[in-house]
Design a protein around this ligand. Structure first.
Ligand SMILES: [Zn+2]
Length: 340
């Protein structure tokens, strides 16, 4: 076996809330956060296998979001694998396959992890695995139990029309760094951006700024913008990631569609206006009727799964109103009706 020379640098990022950083957005507070430069490179060879060191967590955690930054040669097949050390048994799991982003969530916390990468490239091009970022947290058994409960079956009464949504192409999105992970939605999580505020909002440029921050900052480093949808103070709805793929906005992300209301809705700051609320209600009604998400029981604020105040009291206090308005729009029943 060839010995690979690895440059590993650990960058613990300190959040800086300086006024210069206008685009920031209200991410989870992570108990564990790491950005590691890997510099694994496959060149003039058809096959390469790269393994990281073992990374010990500062405390046992039940949630870990891992994002890989890789520059692939067009013909290569790239696969990432992650293995985790179970706290209770001390045993390592088998390597679980993913491509660019992986959210580990398990009721049994883990104490360490290791990554493995395999590249196959018949044309022997250059593939560079630049770095990975990881953010971890321990949500605790109670939250994890709650998250593992299956939603009650729900059949919407009618299909709500899809509102106008600014496409990724229209707002000038960068392509994702790697392939998305498909998911089946079972919850909708409402966020606020906190920063940018309404006054800092500049249309599509703001959405591009949030995407850059989510993809490039060492504290996030995700493969794409974290949210599935964003709504501007002008009521314009933007598409983030496809809502059928895993996002990066609220741990454990799996099954969670993330909607971000641009602005700061903590008390004494921005106000939620009618245009935004109309767009949000149209979006929720369409999502709920399309993906069979009961408006009465599947809408949450980010704060339900995080110590953050997100989406701010002004939005959070309106959530019961949103639930009942959407139910008025699309109706529905918890009996699943047999279709002929
Ligand atoms: Zn949030």
């Amino acid at each position: 076996m060839k010995k690979w020379f690895i440059f590993v640098s650990l960058v613990f990022t300190v959040f800086s809330f300086s006024g210069i950083n206008l685009v920031f957005a209200d991410e989870d507070c992570n108990e564990y956060q790491i950005a590691v430069n890997l510099g694994f490179k496959l060149e003039n060879q058809a096959y390469g296998k790269f393994e990281t060191q073992v990374f010990e967590l500062p405390k046992p955690m039940d949630n870990l979001l891992i994002s890989i930054d890789v520059q692939k040669s067009p013909d290569s097949i790239f696969r990432s694998y992650a293995s985790f050390k179970d706290k209770q048994t001390g045993k390592w799991t088998s390597f679980q396959e993913f491509e660019g982003e992986f959210h580990f969530a398990n009721i049994h916390p883990v104490t360490a992890y290791q990554l493995l990468f395999i590249i196959r490239d018949p044309k022997k091009g250059t593939t560079l695995i630049r770095r990975f970022t990881a953010q971890g947290e321990n949500l605790g058994e109670e939250v994890m139990q709650k998250l593992s409960q299956k939603p009650v079956p729900y059949q919407p009464g009618n299909q709500w029309a899809k509102p106008t949504i600014v496409s990724r192409q229209e707002w000038g999105a960068r392509p994702p760094k790697s392939s998305y992970t498909p998911m089946v939605a079972d919850k909708i999580i409402v966020h606020h951006s906190w920063s940018p505020t309404q006054a800092q909002y500049k249309g599509a440029a703001t959405i591009r700024g949030i995407q850059n921050y989510h993809m490039d900052d060492p504290s996030t480093g995700w493969i794409d913008i974290g949210y599935h949808f964003l709504i501007g103070p002008d009521g314009v709805i933007y598409q983030g990631r496809p809502e059928t793929d895993l996002g990066a906005h609220c741990k454990p992300n799996t099954g969670m569609i993330g909607i971000c209301m641009i602005g700061d809705y903590d008390p004494g700051n921005d106000l939620v206006n009618d245009k935004m609320e109309k767009s949000l209600l149209d979006l929720l009604s369409w999502l709920s009727s399309t993906y069979k998400l009961d408006p009465r029981s599947t809408y949450y604020g980010h704060r339900n799964f995080s110590p953050k105040t997100c989406p701010g009291d002004l939005v959070y206090d309106r959530m019961d109103f949103y639930r009942s308005e959407v139910f008025k729009n699309i109706g529905g029943t918890n009996r699943v009706v047999d279709e002929d």
